[in-house]
Write a protein that binds this ligand. Structure first.
Ligand code: FMN
Length: 187
């Protein structure tokens, strides 16, 4: 075994796309890997000081989508270019959006599944950002990505994860088992 100093290497990491509106109503998007489930109806995101942060300080509504193989280039682009400098970055990414029905934030049509969220709490707020606790208000899924039981089919979505060790994006593979079930073989 080789030892490494502490690093932000919790694995696997999501590639979350946060959608907000700028002051003039232009849609914005940013990439975030430091995000996760916080509680049953809540998520958390570690947010630095970005155009997104300013948008969220004005309006607490946002959307969260999950990057896919097909949206990877645009997802990386919105993670390296700020809406502070490139106001039409979403248009440059080639993404179209509609306003969420439940929140005042954009839903980008290129993603299979999107959460409509609202900030519930900001933790440790400072000039460099805050930890956001967001309430999941609603979830919308493109019907092309539904399973036979009518629920979202994650396997169809070709989601990607962020590899923080080598700064890569890795496509998720196939289903290999049944959670809360296959372990019973060892009981
Ligand atoms: C792979 C990747 C992961 C990122 N993760 C985060 C994150 O978890 N939190 C964060 O504040 N910024 C993160 N960023 C940086 C923002 O996406 C980036 O600063 C972006 O340009 C902000 O856009 P905005 O200023 O238009 O809001 C990440 C960028 C990339 C490429």
């Amino acid at each position: 075994m080789k030892n490494f100093k502490p690093k932000a290497w919790l694995l696997p990491q999501p590639v979350v796309i946060i959608g907000t509106y700028d002051a003039d109503g232009t849609p914005n998007a940013m990439n975030a890997a430091w995000a996760g489930q916080w509680d049953m109806n809540e998520i958390m995101i570690s947010l630095g000081s970005h155009a997104t942060t300013e948008n969220l300080n004005r309006c607490s509504d946002f959307t969260v989508s999950f990057a896919t193989v097909d949206t990877m280039v645009g997802a990386d682009y919105v993670g390296i270019v700020s809406g502070k400098k490139v106001h039409d970055k979403v248009e440059k990414a080639g993404w179209k959006s509609v306003k969420g029905e439940n929140v005042n934030a954009p839903i980008f049509s290129c993603f299979p599944i999107t959460m409509e969220c609202r900030i519930k709490e900001k933790l440790f707020e400072s000039e460099s950002g805050f930890y956001l606790i967001g309430e999941i208000v609603n979830i919308v899924c493109d019907e092309a990505y539904l399973a036979e039981d009518g629920k979202p089919d994650v396997e169809k979505m070709q989601l990607i994860t962020f590899d923080p060790v080598h700064n890569g994006y890795i496509a998720l593979g196939n289903r290999v088992g049944n959670a809360f079930h296959d372990g019973t073989a060892l009981k």
